[in-house]
Design a protein around this ligand. Structure first.
Ligand code: NAP
Length: 249
């Protein structure tokens, strides 16, 4: 039987890196996508290989269609038939109120978080769909609890981009449910990763953690477990579903 193949976008750091390591342990051949941080991506690949797994790093900006097409073609050639996609690459920008956001910022957020996820999903469906000659597979979109709570005062743009991802999860899941593809999402709460520094507040998790019912931030590994469960046969009747990994928030 062919080794299952997984593509995780934005897997050089944070939730994506934790998911890549877990997927490697579970026997997947792992494509570790990143945009800039080659050393970090190589470190993830090396950690998987050191445990006897198979992995490769591929630089590609998910917001650029040509990059995404090259990413998938590289994966086809080097790892074989794709079984799973984790649409994880995502960005947020400096915390600010909506009245101060310019169009360029909105374009960056929506190009990466929404259009990037759509283009990657498109390329995955083309390869996995049983109606198009594929063998089926799974997609997990990494949304956010922000889609439910709105990101007020900090990043309504980012929260809204995750709202779009939630809707895409529901719609695409129905579209490909009879083509052997399950599409689900995880909605992390506040997780200890470097993303908060790009919002201008590296210590955000510790600032807000007392408002979380469990009174703590989450770990990337906890999100990775939910992602890999949704991709597994144990979740065989789940599609268009959401798993919140948010400490009760
Ligand atoms: P992170 O630590 O900032 O890591 C972001 C990853 O995405 C890096 O690997 C980065 O690559 C990659 N990336 C960024 N822009 C990209 C692009 N245009 N194309 C390809 N890769 C790109 O982020 P994280 O906290 O792990 O977040 C991962 C996902 O979880 C995101 O979708 C985020 O919205 C979501 N999420 C996070 C939290 C949280 O509290 N951390 C909560 C809810 C949802 P480089 O290393 O090359 O820069």
């Amino acid at each position: 039987m062919q080794q299952p193949v997984i593509l995780i976008t934005g897997a050089s750091r944070g939730i994506g890196a934790a998911t890549a390591l877990l997927a490697g342990e579970q026997g997947y051949a792992v494509c570790v996508n990143y945009v800039r941080n080659r050393d970090a991506a190589d470190a993830v690949v090396n950690a998987i290989v050191a445990k006897g797994g198979k992995a490769m790093a591929v630089a590609a900006d998910v917001a650029i269609e040509g990059d995404v097409i090259r990413l998938f073609e590289t994966l086809d050639a080097k790892l074989g038939a794709l079984t799973a996609l984790v649409n994880n690459a995502g960005i947020l920008e400096q915390q600010m109120r909506l009245e101060n956001m310019d169009a360029a910022r909105l374009q960056r957020i929506f190009m990466t978080n929404v259009i990037g996820s759509f283009i990657c999903a498109r390329e995955a469906v083309k390869r996995m769909s049983t109606a198009l000659g594929g063998k089926g597979g799974g997609i997990v979109n990494v949304s956010s609890v922000a889609s439910r709570v709105g990101g007020s005062g900090e990043y309504v743009d980012y929260a809204s981009s995750k709202g779009a991802i939630d809707t895409m999860t529901i719609g695409l899941a129905k579209e490909v449910a009879d083509q052997g593809i399950r599409v689900n999402a995880v909605r992390p709460g506040v997780i200890y990763t470097e993303i908060h520094a790009s919002g201008g507040e590296a210590g955000r998790v510790d600032r807000v953690k007392d408002a979380i019912p469990m009174r703590r931030g989450g770990r990337a590994e906890e999100v990775a477990q939910a992602i890999m469960w949704l991709l597994s046969d144990q979740a065989s009747y789940s599609t268009g579903s959401f798993v919140d990994v948010s400490g009760g928030r």
